[in-house]
Design a binder for this molecule. Sequence first.
Ligand SMILES: Nc1ncnc2c1ncn2[C@@H]1O[C@H](COP(=O)(O)OP(=O)(O)OP(=O)(O)O)[C@@H](O)[C@H]1O
Ligand SMILES: Nc1ccn([C@@H]2O[C@H](COP(=O)(O)O)[C@@H](O)[C@H]2O)c(=O)n1
Length: 210
Amino acid sequence: MGTVVVDAAAKKEANGSLADLNPTVVFVLGGPGSGKGTQCANVVQHFGYTHLSAGDLLRAEIKSGSENGTMISNMIKEGKIVPSEVTIKLLQQAMLESGNDKFLIDGFPRNEENRAAFEAVTKIEPSFVLFFDCSEEEMERRLLGRNQGREDDNIETIRKRFNVFLESSLPVIEYYNSKGKVRKIDAGRPVEEVYESVKAIFAPKNEKAD
Ligand SMILES: Nc1ncnc2c1ncn2[C@@H]1O[C@H](COP(=O)(O)OP(=O)(O)OP(=O)(O)O)[C@@H](O)[C@H]1O
Ligand SMILES: Nc1ccn([C@@H]2O[C@H](COP(=O)(O)O)[C@@H](O)[C@H]2O)c(=O)n1
């Protein structure tokens, strides 16, 4: 793994302002290709959240020519999880820049290190965790058909990502489940049906979303 470069002053400043914001955070978890990004886009449209995908932020960091770019790129190609301090810094910056105080944090925390570090650094507890539950067979079909030119949407990396999900991400979901925070969605259905279930979680009873 390469050297991780994080600006300590920027990190301290971001923390102070985030605490003042006291944001509402929903973690959106599920295997690769379970439809997290697709459903987050619907929630943004109807419920006023800002969608922050950890994977998208890491890919943008590579494109920006950052000092961590090569390390991040290598980790993504291998389906490995980037050190928490890098991802958390990107999330903190994006939250502060958004001007919003309601966030869907998609694809994070991906392992116990992500979870504990985010909690320790930001002091933010998620309101709840949306868990998109989908079979590997269906996720594989979706990823191979995604056609967005992602370097990790090939069968070799997809298998590695599935293993990381089972070994490192599922325990995080189990942790939040033990705290009564997980809202599990059957994500193997068509997009519209999945959204009906998602909507029911966000819409207060007796109120209709758009
Ligand atoms: N319910 C669904 N039925 C069929 N295809 C879907 C469904 N939801 C999403 N897709 C398609 O599957 C692919 C993966 O979806 P999406 O990018 O939302 O997944 P993701 O969980 O965010 O993936 P990743 O974690 O790899 O970024 C996309 O091409 C998307 O259009
Ligand atoms: N918390 C995270 C999230 C993602 N990554 C890396 O990015 C890859 C793609 O993530 P998607 O959510 O867009 O599928 C993922 O396989 C990891 O390599 C990460 O390190 N930490």
